[in-house]
Write a protein that binds this ligand. Structure first.
Ligand code: IMP
Ligand code: MG
Length: 172
């Protein structure tokens, strides 16, 4: 039987999302900000985050997959969907559900820089520390965890559990 151990309650998530949105609103006042959500995991986080922003913002999406098993990435990244907006000379923030090895994000940061973004920062719901392979600067973090496979609030296991309103550590 798999076990779901609560990690983040609804209220904790909501409070941190609002704080991070406030920080982004302060940092990007008078700038041309584009948020780029990484599908699919970031869709709920992004939806909540943008509703707390007090500055103008444009939104786009990207989808990358790291060929691998259900719970570990292989280290090879494939871009499945690119952005549609022109980000040349714009400030962009990548919005990601969870940073694990850092392989996906380092690839996406390089990709957005190659498209001419003025700046590229990272905002993640969860920074998972134990398995980092490539150092990435995560500028805005809602929560940090040491380890464990997490599901809920957009995060999936084999495409299930994204709909859970809270975040759980899934023990298979
Ligand atoms: P990275 O390239 O290893 O940093 O992997 C990042 C991607 O792996 C995330 O965008 C997630 O899609 C997935 N991932 C990593 N850890 C977890 C987890 O604990 N739960 C669900 N998905 C995860
Ligand atoms: Mg993801």
């Amino acid at each position: 039987m798999s076990e779901f151990i609560p990690v983040l309650a609804k209220e904790e998530i909501a409070a941190r999302v609002a704080e991070v949105a406030q920080a982004i609103s302060n940092d990007y006042r008078d700038r041309d900000l584009i948020l780029i959500g990484i599908l699919k995991g970031a869709f709920i986080f992004l939806a909540d985050l943008i509703r707390h922003l007090s500055i103008p913002v444009q939104v786009d999406f990207m989808c990358a997959s790291s060929y691998g098993s259900a719970t570990a990435s292989s280290g090879r990244i494939k871009l499945i969907k690119d952005i549609e907006l022109d980000i040349k000379n714009k400030d962009v923030i990548i919005v990601e559900d969870i940073v694990d090895t850092g392989v996906t994000l380092s690839y996406l940061v390089q990709h957005l820089q190659s498209l001419g973004a003025a700046s590229v920062r990272i905002c993640a719901l969860i920074n998972k520390l134990e398995r980092r392979k490539i150092e990435v600067d995560v500028d805005y973090i809602c929560h940090a965890v040491e380890k464990g496979f997490l599901v809920g609030y957009g995060l999936d296991y084999a495409e299930f559990y994204r709909n859970l309103p809270e975040v759980y550590h899934l023990k298979l």
